[in-house]
Write a protein that binds this ligand. Structure first.
Ligand code: FCB
Length: 401
């Protein structure tokens, strides 16, 4: 395999989100998981209900030491995680100072271990009081979010430099308000567009708040960009690919162009397009979730981000692979593609693998195993998969020789 060396101060990390790992949540998602409608849905499918209720998840909120240990074993110099709005502000304007303090201590411990924290401020669930006032459908929510952000920045702005305001606005908005598979399960294009606009507004407000606390803060979003390519080089297919890039990959980033210090990329998908709209190819390798593994795609989406002329952090990239059969192959092949994008002038400064731990995957529940560390959900014990050693070696060598 070709030798690869990444730029000197490259950040190597792993990523998680609060709802997926912390456990004992009380937000719109956790209520949705146990709703009668959801129960009926799983019953008709013959699913084991317990697999689809986040419950204790990895119990990370009570086991920060164990997560720190995993990070240490990996040898990462960065960690992306989210803080939970519903824990910090369980009632409007009432902040839980003990929770804020607990996050602060965790961040200090990361720093003491030489790990740069990347804090995500919103990774999908909202507090119940926000949901009850209309959630992101309400124009007020951006302002509520800004109040929350101001409090967080006041509480640990001195120990955090990198802030990810929103995770994958396009995925959340389409699944929750257009496709209707996530709470609140609406199917209305106009609502979907309205929510997108509110999220744009929320990001801008949060950006301004964070930067006014300290101009050195680095703020961006995590955008879920897909590699769209034309199945056959016909004009109509190329046009479909271009439109998809414009709306799916670039729309949000264009809207916030003047309000971001870096572009955060989450890369999972590849779509080869024709008029049937992106049926995946048949002969490719897939993850346990049936997602096609197409490492070269990351180079193409990175090249697509060059026009924003900002540093890029790959904030998520990974696969569900319980047996750890393809993980190392996928990481390495993708990193080769990342290195090529860097050679072509994309200023990539970091890579975060999704995920540090097996965790609660939104609609797929506990069956999807994305972790570098395997989690036994009975005991919450973490155990390294073989890829931990492989990834650790890459980090140590800043590539491979
Ligand atoms: C991304 C989400 C993340 C995780 C991965 C598999 O879209 O941001 O929380 O679910 O997919």
């Amino acid at each position: 395999m070709k030798q690869i060396q990444f730029p000197k101060s490259f950040l190597w990390g792993a990523a998680t989100s609060s709802h997926q790992i912390e456990g004992n949540m009380n937000n719109d998602w956790s209520e949705w998981e146990i709703s009668e409608e959801r129960k009926r849905y799983h019953e008709t499918k013959g699913n084991d209900l317990t697999q689809f209720i986040s419950g204790l998840a990895c119990d990370s909120f009570s086991r920060p030491k164990e997560d720190l240990n995993c990070l240490k074993q990996l040898g990462v110099n960065a960690y992306r995680f989210s803080i939970e709005w519903s824990r910090i502000e369980p009632q409007q304007g009432k902040f839980d100072l003990a929770v804020l303090q607990q996050y602060r201590i965790f961040i200090q411990k990361l720093r003491a271990q030489g790990i740069e924290p990347f804090v995500t401020l919103w990774h999908w669930p909202v507090p119940l009081w926000v949901r009850d006032q209309g959630g992101w459908k309400s124009s007020k929510t951006a302002e509520y979010f800004d109040v929350f952000v101001a409090k967080v920045v006041e509480s640990f702005g001195d120990v955090v430099k990198f802030w990810v305001t929103l995770n994958e606005p396009q995925v959340y908005t389409s699944n929750s308000f257009f496709v209707g598979i996530w709470p609140p399960q609406e199917k209305n294009l106009f609502t979907c567009i309205r929510v997108m606009k509110h999220l744009v507004h929320a990001h801008k407000l949060a950006y301004t708040t964070i930067k006014s606390a300290n101009v050195d803060h680095q703020v961006g979003i995590a955008s879920h960009n897909i590699h769209f390519s034309a199945k056959q080089p016909w004009i109509v297919n190329q046009l479909i690919a271009k439109i998809s890039v414009y709306f799916w990959n670039d729309w949000f980033l264009n809207k916030i162009q003047k309000y971001q210090d870096f572009v955060g990329l989450n890369y999972y998908f590849y779509r080869s397009l024709d008029l049937r709209f992106g049926k995946p190819g048949k002969h490719r390798l897939t993850s346990d979730l049936g997602w096609e593994l197409h490492p070269e795609g990351i180079k193409q989406v990175l090249l697509g981000l060059k026009k924003f002329r900002k540093p890029v952090y790959i904030l998520e990239h990974g696969l569900a692979d319980k047996e750890d059969q393809h993980r190392m192959w996928y990481i390495k092949e993708s990193l080769i593609a990342v290195a090529e994008a860097i050679e072509h002038g994309v200023d990539v400064r970091g890579y975060f693998h999704w995920s540090l731990l097996d965790n609660f995957e939104w609609a797929e529940g506990f069956t999807a195993r994305f972790g570098l560390f395997e989690v036994d959900f009975e005991t919450c014990k973490r155990k390294p998969r073989a890829s931990v050693a492989g990834y650790r070696e890459i980090i140590k060598q800043n590539g491979w020789k």
